[in-house]
Design a protein around this ligand. Structure first.
Ligand code: NAD
Length: 420
């Protein structure tokens, strides 16, 4: 019996159980690895623009503190719950360990719809949430970052709120900040750049040439937009499908990604960009393509549509886009479907966040080229480790990636022992 429940938490627990079986981890050791170290729930009251007071619910889950501070994004979304936050924190732990970063996983956020809040209300939610979290976070305790519904402005308000409390500028309390206040070059596009780099590695493994390939990207926010732009403008893939929560578009001849990005920046959403290319969002993921990038929300590839996927490479930009039921179907398709699992595929974000934290602590900043080179070095090493492990253990890429992550956390816990 735990505090955490819901489909996303159950998914993380089910994935952990499968990998724990694979690694023959004894039953009595499992809860110590799976269950979060700390879970914080706070009330976030603000004055609305119409003068009323409204209380939002906020959360932060810190999964483990064995290898360093916890690290993870902050999500502002209407249905956020503590089970979902815990699952995302757990995935962050395996992701950080897989990439060799000295962090445990964390995640947090506020159950609110940022699109319905004014800028002043959003600032109030952001600052009050950080104020409530001050006793539980710190550059050596827990470092926040952006996630769905938050961005560099949110991080700037977090940093300012924490710094006002401390009495000095503490840039290293959050990552994903604007460059002007201690952010790193290359962070805003880091997750998408990482996804695109790993797509290139997967194309090599499948002996496919980028210029002959098509791609479909679900989600047109931080991750989806930068992935689509790099795939199309730098790697030469034909991006035939793009969607966000308001509309989905498909054109077999290829979509003008830069133009769509400019439209979304101006209008906030894609709805209205075109009537001709609009397509049914419900069948969007099963349209034909070489590379499919879910980069929006979790649990979009399910038992219902997994068998219908018509891609050659599934590059999981989002966290948890594929349910365990879908995985069982996709496992049967390992000959024709190459999966880059989420904890590998979207790890570019936390890797460059780690670079930002290191630069802030050292007060020594790198060039964008240094950031990109170091990112690629880590991603390539990690990608090769996952592919090799999958071959040796004869398991899926997801099980291989998660097994490496869990093993490293487990080893840290074994060396440190159980206090007291
Ligand atoms: P974001 O808020 O910037 O963008 C989310 C996008 O998804 C928006 O375009 C939104 O319209 C779209 N969307 C929402 N629901 C949708 C639906 N049902 N169908 C189609 N599109 C939908 O968020 P983001 O930061 O790009 O995060 C996207 C995913 O990537 C999340 O799973 C997040 O946890 C993960 N992720 C983000 C980062 C990062 O650095 N931002 C890093 C690693 C993983």
């Amino acid at each position: 019996m735990t505090l955490f429940s819901g489909p996303v938490f159950e998914m993380a627990a089910e994935q952990f159980a499968a990998v724990a079986d694979h690694l023959s981890i004894p039953e009595d050791e499992r809860p110590r690895l799976l269950l979060p170290k700390r879970a914080i729930a706070v009330s976030v009251p603000i004055h609305k623009d119409d003068g009323r007071t409204h209380v939002f619910q906020g959360y932060r889950v810190q999964h483990h503190l064995t290898l360093g501070p916890t690290k993870g994004g902050t999500r502002f979304s209407p249905d956020l719950n503590i089970g979902e936050v815990a699952a995302l924190a757990i995935w962050m732990s395996w992701k950080c360990a897989l990439a060799g970063l000295p962090y445990g996983g964390a995640k947090g956020g506020v159950a609110c719809d940022p699109l319905t809040l004014s800028r002043r209300e959003l600032e109030a939610v952001t600052r009050r949430y950080m104020q409530e979290m001050i006793p539980f976070v710190g550059p050596q305790i827990d470092v926040m970052a952006p996630d769905m519904g938050t961005n560099e402005q949110t991080m700037a308000w977090f940093m300012d709120t924490y710094s006002m409390h401390q009495g000095n500028a503490v840039a290293e309390i959050v990552t994903g900040k604007p460059v002007a206040m201690g952010g790193t070059l290359g962070r805003s596009e880091a997750t998408g750049r990482g996804v695109a780099f790993l797509v290139a590695e997967a194309l090599k493994c499948c002996q496919l040439s980028a210029s002959q390939c098509t791609a479909i990207v679900q989600g047109f926010g931080n991750v989806g937009r930068s992935t689509a732009l790099i795939l199309s403008n730098e790697m030469g893939l034909r991006v035939t499908g793009i969607s966000d929560h308001t509309a989905a578009f498909y054109d077999a001849k290829g979509l003008p990604i830069s133009q769509m990005a400019a439209y979304a920046t101006q209008h906030g959403v894609l709805k209205g960009w075109s009537t001709e290319a609009e397509t049914d969002p419900d069948t969007f993921l099963t349209l034909p393509c070489d590379v499919l990038v879910p980069a929006a929300v979790e649990r979009v590839i399910t038992g219902k549509n997994a068998a219908q996927l018509r891609c050659r490479i599934l590059a999981e930009g989002a966290n948890g886009p594929t349910t365990p039921e879908a995985d069982r179907i996709l496992d049967q398709r390992s000959n024709d479907l190459f999966i880059v699992p989420d904890i590998l595929c979207n790890s570019g974000g936390v890797i460059v966040s780690y670079f930002e934290w290191v630069q802030d602590l050292q007060r020594l900043f790198w060039t964008e080229q240094e950031v990109r080179d170091r990112l690629q070095t880590i991603l390539k090493t990690t990608f090769n480790a996952v592919i090799n492990r999958a071959k040796v253990d004869q398991v899926s890429h997801r099980v291989a990636a998660t097994a490496i992550g869990i093993e490293r956390v487990r080893m840290g816990k074994q060396w440190r022992g159980l206090f007291p």
